[in-house]
Each structure stands twice: as C-alpha cells, then as structure tokens.
Design a binder for this molecule. Structure first.
Ligand code: HDD
Length: 693
C-alpha cells in the first residue's frame, strides 16, 4: 500500500540508530522511537482506526491534560528573569542575605498580572496589576507578592472571596470579563466603605499603566526586618521604575486592547529582546513602634499608605529584568508565589490581610499545581546557590516526587551516625529562621479594631494629591463605571460614599451621570485633613519622566516618502534611546523618493497609533492625497492627537493632520523639533479633545 505522506519523513529504511541528542528522533513519553507522526494506525489505508495505537493515544491523552486550573485571581500574567542588586547595605537592620553587601546580586523571577480577567483575557483592562517578585536568596526563596498600588480593597482576608466574586464576571451571565464596570462589583464596593480609598486608586490612571516597565510596585503590608541582634524594624517596600511612571488615556487603552490583546506581554518580550531591560529601584520605608503610634491611622491596616513626604523612601537596591522565560507554561504558569515564604531577617506584622494571605497561597498551589512537591518544579526551586540551596528535610513522597532520597534517615532525631549511616539534616538553632518574639496577648475576638475605622481621610488625601488632569480622569472613570451599573441604588450608595471623600468629586460624578447627589453616607470615625502627597501623582509627578528612552515612536510613511527624511528621523529617535517602528499601508516593499524600496515594520491597520508612545508622519504629496481617503490613516493621526501624543510631520503630510482635526500646539511640530517634543504627553491639550467630568 503506498503511503502518500512517507517521502517527507527521512528516517525510514536506514541502519538502526538509537535516539539520542545527536540523533533527536521523536519518541513517546516512555522513550519508544516514533516512526510516523502524521497518521493514526488503521486497518487498511482507508479503514477504521485501531485502539492499540499507543503513539496516537499517548499524544492525545497528554494534550487533553495540558491545561491546569488557572489562578483564581491574577490568571493573566507575564514574567521575566533578572537580578536584584543591593546598592545600600541594610546589614544593621536585617540579617536577610540579599541586603548584606553593596553590589551583592540575587537572582529574581518577576511575574506581572492583571487581577480579574482569565488567563486568555487582554493585557489592558482597567485593573490593578500584580507585581510578584521571587528572590532566589542563598538562604531560600523570598516571595514579595505585591501590586502596583500601595493599598488594598479590604482590611481583613476573610472578605477576599467576596471581593473577588463581586469583581469577576457575574455568576449567572458569565460577563463582563476583566472589567469592574458592572453591578456586582460596585454593589460590593459601595457596601464596603473601607474600599473607598482603593476605589479612588483604581479609577485613577494607576490601573492603565502604559507598560509593565512604567509601573511602581508595592509590598503594601507592613513587614518586619530583623537584624542579627534580634531587633525588629517595621518596613514597607516600594519599587520605583527607572523608565518613569506612565499611563494611558482610557480611550487609548480600549483601542490597544482591540489592536493587540497581548500589548504588555509583547512589550516585555520585545523590550528585553532589544536590550532595553526594565529596571526598578527598591526602596524601603523603615519605622518603629513609636512612629506607628504617632500616625493618625493604623500601620496594620492595608487600606492605608504612609505618605512619602511623612516618611521618605530609602533606596537600597535595584532590580533588572534581562531574560525572558524560555517556556511560558514551565516558568510563568507554574511559578508559585507564596507570601509566607520569607527568609531569615524578614518577618510579618499582625496585619490581618497579610496573616490571611499566609494561608491562602500554599493552599491555592496545591489545587493549581496538584502536589505538595510544587517546590521541586524548576522555577520554584530554592536555587540561590550554585547547585541549588542545600534544602534537606525528612518530608517524603507525595504526588510527582522528583527526588530520590537515599538511606534510612527519614526521621529526626536519629542516631544512625553511630553505626556509620548518613543521619540527614539537623536543625540549626543559631542561624535557622527565627520568628520575631513579639509580645501578644488578648481575648479571642472576631472584631475590627477601632483604629481601622477611618475609611475616608486617605481617600481624600489621594484625591487632593492628584494633578487636575488626573482628577478629571478619576471623576470620568467613576462616571463611566457607574453608568454601566444598571441597579440605580448602587450608584446612589457609591455617590453617598464619595461625598465623604470630596464634595467636588461627588458633584462631578453626579453631574456626569445626570443624577441628584444623595446625602453623605454615615461615617464611623471623624475624617481628618491630611497634607496632600505629590509623590502619588503620575501626571506632573516626581516619577513622570520626559524621555524617549525605552519608548516607541511610530513613523507613518508611504510610497514616495523622502528617503533622507525617513532615515534621519529613525536615526534621531534611536540616538535619543527610542525605538522607531515604521508603519505603512503595505509592508513588503515601500518605494521611496530615491528609488530605493524598504520594508515597513508594521501595516497601518495592524499598528494603530494607540500602540506607540509618539507619532511622526512622513509622506509625499501624492501619498498624502491618497491617505486622505483612508480612514485608518486619518484615525491614526486623530488618535495620536486625542491621546495627547507628540505629532511630528513633514510639510507634505499637513493635509492629513488637517483632515484629522489636529490643532497647532507645542506637541505638534516639524520633524526637526520632533525628537524633543516626543519625550512627553501634552496634558493641557485634553480639554480640547474630550469632555471630562
Ligand atoms: Fe493575592 C495571587 C497580590 C491579597 C489570595 N495575589 C496573587 C498574585 C498577586 C497577588 C500579585 C499573583 C501571583 C503570581 O503572579 O502568581 N494579593 C496580592 C496583594 C494582596 C493580595 C498585593 C493584598 C495586599 N490574595 C490576597 C488575599 C488573599 C489572596 C487577602 C486570600 C485570602 N492571591 C491569592 C490566591 C492567589 C493570589 C488565591 C491566586 C494564585 C496564587 O495565589 O498563586 O491565593
């Protein structure tokens, strides 16, 4: 019988050779070489398939089981490898290995994520971003599992399932995916005044980060650092992005979601690929009990910040992400972050949100990864020393056990050494992990402390710290989200809470919804006036960086564009540290003014201007005339203007700008002034292009 697929597959009929690295023959999982990976085993060429076909059955069987349960939250994530470098020793404050010596490096694996959406959802919803760092220290792994926002929705972990159920797609209808703009989310928030502060943060530009590299990260809770003498210092952790803080406009992020659902994952991959490594500084706010007692909020309450103006952030290290994972599933998906995994020198406070987390994460790994041996998966191994940390104990067996412990010593203590047998590992009272012996006493109670009762003062602090442009974004975001709430009393309850934050905010939201302002909701504690914290701003804030470094510039060109102009522009963008992306109506070969033909990096429909940080248009008069009739080209320029980006153009491109409604301002420039102009956004333009609340 002739096999029509046979000629494509080399090995048939050759002398017998065993599969090995030099002869990488396809095998089954059990090592049997496979002769045919194209056809099932059949009785006759057109006959029925046979159940005995192990090659087929094993392949499909494995495929059927490829997926594991996605994370119940933070399912959508992207990760990278890198290192942490200590830049300022904290040896006097903590004995944690990674903070001992200036210049000391510790490997890290970092996973960024959205919270509400499933693993296949888009990268750019309005959502908190997870910022989870696994430090492979020489004394074991430390997981600092934070977010890009320094506070949280709830004060006690027992409310977490309710929060997440309310935020995720609604139970009966199965939508919306990765969005908070729906009834159940705002119902929960409106009934939980403690979440008002976080509601302000999530309605701000913080939930629309431009890229992962443009976000801050926070450990959120108060932790402890413990030194060799056993002294404890309270600490809050901050990650400050070297690329600067940068966010998108809501309209822009919606368009990015459509154009490129993987926008932030792709950015991380490409950024690392071109050597533009994302980098952060690690900062700490260090304080003692006396400082904690002097503050008008409780440092154990995760819905509160310590303003940087009150307690400055001391920079102690930097983190560089310089390697993209080799395999998404093996590393990014199987990475298990567990906040209870700390190393000697780091400890916990009594924050009830943190304490609750210390149980949840190990538990979730058991359902996700299916075994108590998840620490043996390569990405999770304690590998802070060459050959791995010497982790040894008497824990044994379990599903997917990968180790083969030798000898009889599977219990401790033992006296097997006396008869010359290996005795296994022993405890180390001197250097082993020691919990800080804080004094604790009290009645067993299921209550919230009085000191957690103020839910509005810091929400007000946040609102009043914002730049006017950011305030307009927040008010408009509330209007948008509440307009998607169909149950009217939920909107009313939310506005009643906002009245306790700021009258102007509440009024703007009510006007935006065309609803009457309700009376303020009752408060359990007096609202105090705290000094604004400019450090909380993105727009015109201390971390807003005017630069092209690490940023992308879209250059729209077409047939007949001036070759010299195009080259000079690309060179100038590169010289300023930017990444030019040429975009044309056809990608394969674009004829230029000098007769040469160049490829474009992207096609006009596939790379809307929302996907780049600044925009330039270099056209010939003929091409411009054609593009005036091309909706995508007009929209490209219109969006660049609407998203407050710099637009550089040559003279021939001017009619396209006119058609797109571009008005002259500081950010609209000829090509000579473009590179300088491209380093920032033009916030003052916003009033011209949209009505904000
Ligand atoms: Fe959580 C995942 C961050 C409160 C329960 N959380 C998870 C991830 C991040 C955070 C970044 C993804 C880690 C990764 O990339 O794999 N979570 C936070 C922060 C919180 C917080 C900053 C508050 C300050 N989380 C929190 C509470 C609970 C959980 C109060 C439960 C009591 N979180 C989980 C979880 C997840 C998780 C269900 C899902 C996947 C996982 O753990 O590994 O256990």
């Amino acid at each position: 019988m002739t096999d029509i697929s046979a000629p494509d597959r080399g090995h048939g009929g050759e002398t017998h050779q065993v599969a090995d690295a030099d002869h990488p023959v396809l095998t089954t999982n059990h090592g049997t070489p496979v002769s045919d990976n194209q056809n099932q085993l059949k009785a006759g060429a057109r006959g029925p398939v046979l159940l005995e076909d192990e090659v087929y059955r094993e392949k499909i069987n494995h495929f059927d089981h490829e997926r594991i349960p996605e994370r119940i939250v933070h399912a959508r994530g992207s990760a990278a490898h890198g290192y942490f470098e200590c830049t300022d020793s904290l040896a006097d404050i903590t004995r944690a290995d990674l903070f001992q010596k200036k210049g000391q490096r510790t490997d890290v694996f970092v996973r960024f994520s959205t919270v509400a959406g499933g693993a296949g959802s888009v990268d750019t919803p309005r959502d908190v971003r997870g910022f989870a760092v696994k430090f492979y220290t020489r004394e074991g792994n430390w997981d600092l599992v934070g977010n890009n926002i320094p506070i949280f929705f709830i004060q006690d972990a027992i409310k977490f399932p309710d929060l997440i159920h309310a935020a995720k797609m609604e139970a009966d209808r199965g939508y919306p995916q990765a969005a908070t703009a729906h009834d159940t989310f705002w119902d929960f928030i409106s009934l939980m005044p403690e979440s008002t502060h976080m509601a302000l943060w999530i309605m701000s530009d913080r939930t629309l980060p431009r890229t992962f590299a443009n976000m801050e990260g926070f450990g959120i809770h108060t932790f402890r650092l413990i030194n060799l003498e056993g002294k404890s210092t309270f600490v809050k952790f901050h990650w400050k992005p070297k690329a600067g803080l940068a966010s998108t406009i809501w309209d822009e992020t919606v368009k990015v979601a459509g154009a490129d659902p993987d926008f932030q994952r792709r950015d991380l991959f490409e950024r690392i690929g071109r050597g533009d490594y994302p980098e952060w500084e690690l900062g700490v706010q260090l304080f003692d009990q006396a400082f904690a007692d002097s503050q008008p909020y409780d440092v154990l309450d995760a819905t509160k910040i310590i303003p940087e103006e009150v307690l400055p952030v001391r920079i102690v290290g930097r983190m560089v992400l310089d390697r993209y994972p080799d395999n998404y599933f093996a590393e990014t998906e199987q990475a298990a972050f567990v906040p209870s995994h700390v190393v000697p020198g780091i400890g916990f406070s009594n924050d009830p949100l943190l304490q609750g987390r210390l149980f949840s994460y190990t538990d979730t790994q058991l359902s996700r990864l299916g075994t108590v041996n998840f620490h043996q998966i390569p990405i999770n191994q304690a590998k802070g020393r060459p050959g791995g940390c010497p982790f040894m104990n008497q824990q044994r067996d379990g599903h997917m056990q990968m180790q083969v412990p030798k000898g009889r010593a599977n219990y401790e203590p033992n006296s097997l050494a006396k008869v010359g047998e290996p005795a296994g590992a022993r405890e180390d009272p001197e250097n082993g992990y020691r919990t800080y012996p804080s004094q604790e006493e009290g009645e067993k109670l299921r209550i919230r402390p009085e000191s957690f009762a103020d839910h509005y003062s810091q929400a007000r602090l946040f609102w009043r710290s914002m730049d006017p442009a950011e305030q307009a974004h927040i008010a408009s975001a509330f209007v948008f989200e509440l307009s998607k709430v169909s149950i009217e009393h939920i909107r009313v309850a939310m506005m009643a809470n906002l009245r306790n934050v700021d009258e102007d905010l509440a009024r703007r939201v009510a006007e935006g919804l065309a609803m009457d302002l309700p009376g303020a909701s009752p408060t359990k504690a007096p609202i105090i006036e705290m000094a604004p914290s400019p450090a909380l701003r993105i727009v015109r804030g201390p971390l807003e960086k005017h630069t092209l470094e690490g940023r992308t510039v879209g250059i729209l060109f077409a047939d007949g564009s001036d070759a010299k102009e195009l080259k000079a522009l690309k060179d100038a963008v590169k010289a300023a540290g930017g990444h030019p992306i040429t975009i044309a109506p056809k990608v394969g070969a674009v004829p230029l003014s000098d007769g040469s033909r160049v490829k474009a990096d992207a096609q006009l429909f596939g790379q809307p201007s929302a996907t780049v940080d600044a925009c330039a248009v270099v056209l010939s008069e003929d091409a411009c005339a054609k593009l005036l009739k091309e909706g995508a080209a007009v929209q490209w320029v219109m969006d660049a203007f609407g998203h407050l980006k710099a637009i550089g153009h040559n003279a021939a491109a001017k009619p396209l700008l006119d058609k797109a409604g571009v008005e002259a301002d500081e950010g609209v420039t000829d090509l000579a002034g473009f590179v300088e102009a491209a380093k920032k956004r033009y916030w003052d333009r916003e009033a011209k292009v949209r009505t904000l609340a």
